[in-house]
Design a protein. Structure first.
Lengths: 99, 192
């Protein structure tokens, strides 16, 4: 048997000796199911809260966008003077140019 | 050990919020996950915590599972990735010297040299510690590959399913790992 084969054989023998230590018990560790379920439940609730908060933030942002859009649209289609009558008359009297 | 459960039914019930389905899934998946964790991570790591972490990942990503492969395969890949991430954080030893071994580990090494015999419970733990020391010189994925092939006896196709690698890549990598392992054992003997 050459040296490489000897080492391969030895590796297999060591692994064979170690195999029982790698075996998994049939029984679940005590409390694992309860603990995991509790964490899963908490994770689910957190996710739902996040989704709700996200949706609220989205609706709020959409509402702000709609209001801003409405104002912009209103101003664009407003043909009258932009300032109140008092200021407008001053501008007209002094012939102030507004750029 | 796979318990006979209807995975598809369990998943549907879980999506509807039925917690008993989650419990069935945990019982079904635990042996698969625990085996991967025990094989891939050193004995000193807290196995139960890592199993739980993988179970949590599984539940938070269950909506991504499409059902084209068995659930246990999908979870195996998730478990393996988690173990690899943990191993990457650990240092790779440049070599293992005879003085790094405990008396029990040297005994295992010598016994195996003489032909090897199946150890009792304690012997198995010392042998496992020795295996971990020998594998500590390898890259995390290489450790996993050789244990999947030599310890768990998985076929190349099964390893490919778990790792997502092609068969020829696995073959080539295993060849290189075996050569490296031989070198490690040879160096270990030289430092006696």
């Amino acid at each position: 048997m050459n040296e490489a084969n000897q080492h391969d054989e030895k590796w297999r023998a060591i692994l064979g000796m170690a195999a029982p230590a790698y075996a998994v018990e049939a029984e679940l560790p005590y409390g694992l199911v309860t603990k995991t379920l509790a964490r899963v439940r908490a994770q689910r609730m957190e996710q739902q809260t996040m989704e709700r908060t996200g949706l609220r933030a989205l609706f709020a942002a959409l509402a702000i966008l709609a209001v801003a859009g409405g104002i912009t649209f209103g101003l664009k289609h407003h043909h009258g003077p932009y300032m109140d009558p008092g200021i407008n008359s001053i501008i007209e009297e002094d012939n102030v140019s507004i750029s | 050990m796979d318990l006979p459960i209807d995975v598809a039914d369990c998943l549907q019930r879980w999506r509807r919020g039925d917690e008993s389905a989650a419990e069935e899934l945990i019982r079904h998946l635990h042996p698969v996950i625990a085996r991967i964790v025990r094989t891939n991570l050193p004995r000193r790591d807290n196995e139960e915590d890592i199993v739980q972490e993988i179970l949590m990942k599984t539940f938070s990503r269950l909506h991504q599972y499409k059902g084209d492969a068995p659930l246990s395969h999908w979870v195996s890949r998730l478990a393996l990735t988690t173990c690899m991430d943990r191993l990457r954080a650990q240092k790779i030893r440049p070599e293992v010297r005879w003085s790094d071994l405990t008396t029990e580990e040297t005994e295992v090494f010598e016994t195996a040299w003489l032909g090897g015999k199946t150890g009792d419970g304690t012997g198995a733990i010392h042998a496992r510690d020795l295996v971990e020391k020998l594998l500590s010189t390898l890259e995390p994925m290489d450790r996993s590959l050789i244990l999947q092939a030599d310890l768990e006896g998985h076929s190349l196709e099964e390893i490919s399913g778990r790792t997502g690698w092609g068969i020829s890549k696995i073959k080539m990598r295993l060849f290189r790992v075996r050569a490296q392992l031989r070198k490690t054992m040879q160096r270990l003997e030289e430092t006696k």
